[in-house]
Design a protein around this ligand. Sequence first.
Ligand SMILES: C[S@@+](CC[C@H](N)C(=O)[O-])C[C@H]1O[C@@H](n2cnc3c(N)ncnc32)[C@H](O)[C@@H]1O
Length: 223
Amino acid sequence: MANDGRTGATCGPGCACSVGNEFGERSARHDLAAYRRRGPERTTKWLIEGLAVGGVDGLTVLDIGAGIGAVHLGLLAAGAVSAVDVDGSPAYVEVARAEARSAGVEGAVRHEVGDFVELAPLIAPADLVALDRVVCCYPDMEALIHLSVARARRRYGLVYPRDAAWMRLGSRAFNVVMRLLRQRTRAWIHRTADVDSIIRDAGFAPRVERATLFWQVVVYERT
Ligand SMILES: C[S@@+](CC[C@H](N)C(=O)[O-])C[C@H]1O[C@@H](n2cnc3c(N)ncnc32)[C@H](O)[C@@H]1O
């Protein structure tokens, strides 16, 4: 069990920490080293750029499943005033906190450990909400999208797998390997139409859409 945020919530079975082995210390250190070598991934850069169109001076950020914190660190560097990082992995939150310290923005970031779906009632709305490669780690897409888009005041951006035959095939193969290795991590390819309709129903329209072979990056704006 872990809780180093201010919500008082704990991280137990059923929360994203239950995949702690997979999003553990080793993986966090590996991602941090890659970030320091090359900066954010290409799709993460697109997400930051899409959220920052027109400027982010004075805006607040909610970064769900932030990993080492690339999205909120990028937005803070662009002028955002503060950020909340909610991640189910204590190891990633520890690294994100240290990275915020080295970037000199420690005082502008609040870190919460736990499953966002469980913590959502305790998390305040933000101008910009980001989910970078998080939807694919979580089985209950509807709850994750509903609760997170409800906290977005201006823009809502996500990076998630393309809804394509080769991705479904790949995720099935990946999940078989994970099962054989007795790992709990699963990759979920949720239907783009389902994700998109929840976000539109919440009053948003897509403004930026980009894709690689595997990922789609979509930034929505409140209409
Ligand atoms: C694949 S990693 C992506 C990390 C980072 N956003 C990036 O793109 O490098 C997924 C992250 O989302 C977190 N996560 C998954 N589901 C979550 C949930 N429901 N609530 C909070 N964090 C979650 C995991 O702990 C992990 O740190």
